[in-house]
Structures are given as structure tokens and as C-alpha cells.
Design a protein around this ligand. Structure first.
Ligand SMILES: [Zn+2]
Length: 82
């Protein structure tokens, strides 16, 4: 028995290796469980913010890793900058 199933189910090794909880990483595993794409910093009105985008499909193998419903449900916990 392992607790593997309690972790985020990554579809492939590439994604698992690319995703990090580090907010500076390009693919971030957010506390809410969403995987977010980090588009880098943007300065607006003198404030620098990180631009995050939600992704539905794995950029490596194309598997759907989170549905629109998943994203919507978890998005309240995520600070995104439009
Ligand atoms: Zn994948």
C-alpha cells in the first residue's frame, strides 16, 4: 500500500518533473490542486505581479489533466492577473 493515490495524478513523467510548488517555476502546482502556467512577471501601475494561466491539457502529452469544472471550482483560491 502506498499513499500515491492521494497525490496529484500526473499523466506522464515530463509533467511530473516540470511541475513544482515553487512560485517561480514555469508550471506551478497550486495549493488548490490546480496546475498553473506561469507566464512571468508583469509590471502594472508600479506593481509587479505574476501572470498565471490555467491549463486544461498537459503540454507534453495532451492528456486532459483538469476540466473546466475543476478549474472553476478551484479558481477562487487562485490569484490571477488579467
Ligand atoms: Zn502528460
Amino acid at each position: 500500500m502506498t499513499d500515491y493515490e492521494d497525490q496529484v495524478g500526473f499523466c506522464c513523467e515530463e509533467l511530473e518533473e516540470a511541475v513544482s510548488s515553487d512560485p517561480e517555476a514555469s508550471l506551478i502546482e497550486h495549493d488548490s490542486g490546480l496546475i498553473l502556467l506561469n507566464l512571468g512577471h508583469r509590471e502594472e501601475d508600479g506593481e509587479t505581479g505574476t501572470v498565471l494561466a490555467t491549463i486544461r491539457f498537459c503540454p507534453f502529452c495532451g492528456t486532459e489533466i483538469q476540466t473546466d469544472e475543476d478549474i472553476e471550482a478551484a479558481l477562487g483560491a487562485v490569484e490571477t492577473h488579467d
